[in-house]
Every structure is written in structure tokens, then in C-alpha cells.
Write a protein that binds this ligand. Structure first.
Ligand SMILES: *Cc1c(COP(=O)(O)O)cnc(C)c1O
Length: 411
């Protein structure tokens, strides 16, 4: 599409946007009572759907009305509440329902998955991650390596961009795996890098990793609800993600996990809790753990947080109505339009470190700010635009497509 830097052109894009109506289903922070912020921070904390309060209130009402009996008597019985979300979430990540469960928080799920899928043996004991991975992932991976009695300094391998480059080349990732794969027990990358916004070629990485005998998992914190995923078809071993970023579940929202069905009937080590116990027999209070058969639900530990699930359910319903295909299509156009406007205004995109190809990124552009990034962020805010800053010098702008539109919002 040939973009034009004009209000009329932007309005034209808005008028033919099939997802246009979704914007009105969200609350926006306001500059003034009559002016909303342009919110480009959905990669950090998504906005609140207007339906969230209703969904949480339904559960508060049922709690008031039924007390403990709400576990079975509530309109949506709490014992099985998480099942109301499974199909919708499975669609978002391209999985079968028994491969997906909403539970815990992201770093917790990452640990639970590594307990099962980081199985160092003999010479194969390293974990491959991207250099500068999200800190929590670095801590989780290092502590797992130490837990097995190994040394993070030698047993964590990091993929770094070439000298002078900001993102990884797929060819480099693949040849690295080719060369070092025999020592690698687990490849664990972000699906979309939180800082650069680069989307990795998960298909090629998974294939190459498996060829070399590695287990392959992804942290999809910045990918779920952002880019289209086909975790089942891609044959990914496991994945984890949070839901408060693109998936709008609210601060500290419940996270999710995926385990490929070919791993579900394996005899894997697992840290277990009563919510993963055979559903028919959970309340028989048996001494011996009997995992929920052929389902990632066997990894559940605890009584689920119903209010958090209710909040997530509100947002998943919007994703279900919109569909990831339309969301991704709009995301590509909207992000490219933002990039075009920046380039047209400043005459260069040199300071954008996110890849140019829409297939190699989601709804995020990362800008390297030569000096005073905090000041630039503040100046943007004063102009009615909310972005965020990540050390050392990156401003991230994410035009999340469900609630952003083409014309700039007058502040
Ligand atoms: C946001 C994010 C996290 C945050 O983890 P929590 O356990 O939800 O606090 C972890 N890893 C990545 C890659 C992230 O983007």
C-alpha cells in the first residue's frame, strides 16, 4: 500500500478498518476529560475492556450469593472456570484445547515448564537463549542451570546480533544451532524480543533444534495476541506467556502455558499440585497424584484465581470476535503506517531498531534515542502520547491494533 502523510488518508484507512468498532470497547487514560491519550503501551500493559468489570462483578455476585457453594453453583462453576477460556486461548496461539491452560503467572510457568523440559544429560546440558533476554527469563534460566548443579557461565549460550547490528539474522541462529546443537538440551527464546520487537522465525528454529535433538520452547510474552502463532503445527515443545500485555487481562493477570500433545503422554518429571489431579477424583483427597490424562491441565498447581480469569475472559471474548487473522492484518498496516509517518517526518528510519519487514515484527517499533530518552518520553507524554522507555536508550511504541486507529488522536 502506498501511504500518504495526511489526515484525510488516515481517516480513509480508519473508515475501511474492519476492526474499527473495537476501539469503543476499551477505556482510555485521559489527557483531559474530553481528550484521550494515544496509547502505544499495549506491549507493556493492555487497556481495560469495558466488559471486564461486568465479568468480575458476576463472580463477586456469585460469591456473595453462594459462598463456598459457588464452586459448583455459580453460573460458571469455579471448579471448571478456567475451561471457559481454554478454547479461545488455544485459537490465539494455534493450539488444540488440551495443549493450553491458563494458570499462574509467566515466570512461574516458565519454571514449571523447565522442570519438565530442561533435562540435561551427559554432554547435552546447555540452554540457548537470546543475548539480552528479558531479565526474568535470564534469572529463571540461570537458576534452573544452577539447580541441576551446573554453571550458568558455561552452560547458558547466548545468541547475539552481529557487530553493529541490533537484531538476529535467522541464518545465524540456524547455523549456531547447527554448530552447537549437540551440547544444547533446551532452546528457549522469546517469540518476539521485548526490546527490539523482532519476531523470530519459530518454524525454522524449532525444526533446526529438533534436527539437532534439542527441546524447543518459547516465551511468548510479546507474541501472544500480537502475531499469528501455530504452535501445534510448528511442533513447538512448550510455550508460556503472560496476558496483561497484548491480551489486556490487567495488571498481574493470569498467565498461560502450552505443551505439545506429543509430549503429553510422556513420562516427564513435573512439579505437581492438587489442581493437576484427575478431575473426577480431586476431592477424594487421595494420597497419590493421578495426573489429568493427556492434557496440559496436569501442570496446574492451585485453586485458580477466579477474578483474574474473569478479567482475562472479557478480553479473550474480544479477541475471539475479532479473530487473530484480522488483528494481525490490521497490526501490519498500522505499524507500517506509523513507521512511514516517522520516516516521512524525520527523513530517516535509522533510529528504528525493529526489523522493517512486517513478517519479522509485531505491533511494536523500538527507537534508539541518542540522548535523554527519559526526556523524550516525557515530551511525548506532554503531547498526549504514552510510550515506554527501556534501558539503556530505547523508546518502544506499540500501536496495538484492537484499540488504536489510524488518525492521530487530537490531544
Ligand atoms: C513481560 C515479560 C515477563 C514478565 O514476567 P512476569 O512473570 O509476568 O512478571 C517475562 N518475560 C518476558 C519475555 C516478558 O516480556
Amino acid at each position: 500500500m502506498q501511504f500518504v502523510n495526511s489526515k484525510a488518508f488516515a481517516q480513509g484507512l480508519d473508515e475501511t478498518d474492519p476492526l474499527r468498532s473495537f476501539r469503543s470497547q476499551f477505556f482510555f487514560p485521559k489527557v483531559r476529560p474530553d481528550a484521550e491519550y494515544l496509547y502505544l503501551c499495549g506491549n507493556s500493559l493492555g487497556l481495560q475492556p469495558r466488559s471486564t468489570r461486568t465479568m468480575i462483578n458476576e463472580e463477586l455476585d456469585d460469591w456473595a450469593k453462594y459462598g463456598v457453594e459457588g464452586h459448583v453453583e455459580a453460573k460458571r462453576p469455579w471448579i471448571a472456570y478456567h475451561e471457559n477460556l481454554t478454547k479461545m486461548m488455544a485459537k490465539i496461539v494455534g493450539a488444540k484445547p488440551h495443549e493450553v491452560v491458563c494458570m499462574n503467572s509467566l515466570t512461574v510457568n516458565l519454571h514449571l515448564m523447565m522442570v519438565s523440559f530442561y533435562r540435561p544429560e551427559g554432554k547435552r546440558r546447555q540452554i540457548l537463549i537470546e543475548a539480552g533476554a528479558f531479565p526474568s527469563d535470564q534469572y529463571a534460566v540461570a537458576s534452573q542451570v544452577r539447580f541441576h548443579g551446573f554453571d550458568p557461565n558455561t552452560d547458558i549460550l547466548e545468541l547475539a546480533p552481529r557487530e553493529g547490528e541490533d537484531t538476529l539474522r535467522t541464518e545465524d541462529i540456524l547455523s549456531y544451532i547447527n554448530e552447537h546443537g549437540e551440547k544444547v538440551a533446551l532452546i528457549m527464546l522469546g517469540g518476539v524480543n521485548y526490546l527490539s520487537g523482532q519476531a523470530y522465525d519459530m518454524v525454522a528454529i524449532t525444526k533446526k533444534g529438533h534436527e539437532k535433538g534439542c527441546t524447543v520452547g518459547f516465551d511468548l510474552a510479546h507474541a501472544a495476541g500480537n502475531i499469528t502463532l501455530e504452535l501445534h503445527d510448528w511442533n513447538v515443545d512448550f510455550a508460556v506467556w503472560c496476558t496483561y500485555k497484548y491480551l489486556n487481562s490487567g495488571p498481574g493477570g493470569v498467565a498461560a502455558a502450552f505443551v505439545h500433545e506429543r509430549n503429553l503422554d510422556k513420562d516427564l518429571p513435573r512439579f505437581e499440585g492438587w489442581w493437576g489431579h484427575n478431575k473426577e477424583r480431586r476431592f477424594k483427597m487421595e494420597a497419590e497424584f493421578d495426573p489429568i490424562p493427556f492434557s496440559v491441565e496436569a501442570w496446574q498447581l492451585s485453586t485458580p484465581p477466579i477474578f483474574l480469569l474473569a478479567s482475562l475472559r472479557a478480553s479473550l471474548k474480544l479477541f475471539d470476535q475479532a479473530g487473530m487473522k484480522s488483528i494481525r492484518a490490521k497490526s501490519k498496516t498500522l505499524t507500517s503506517y506509523l513507521e512511514f509517518l516517522v520516516e516521512d517526518t524525520f527523513g530517516s528510519r535509522d533510529w528504528i531498531i525493529t526489523p522493517r519487514a512486517p513478517s519479522e515484527r509485531g505491533a511494536q517499533l523500538s527507537f534508539r534515542i541518542p540522548k535523554d530518552g527519559h526526556g523524550v518520553l516525557e515530551a511525548l507524554r506532554n503531547r498526549g502520547v504514552i510510550c515506554d522507555f527501556r534501558e539503556p536508550n530505547i523508546i518502544r511504541a506499540a500501536p496495538a491494533p484492537l484499540y488504536n486507529s489510524y488518525p492521530p488522536v487530537p490531544a
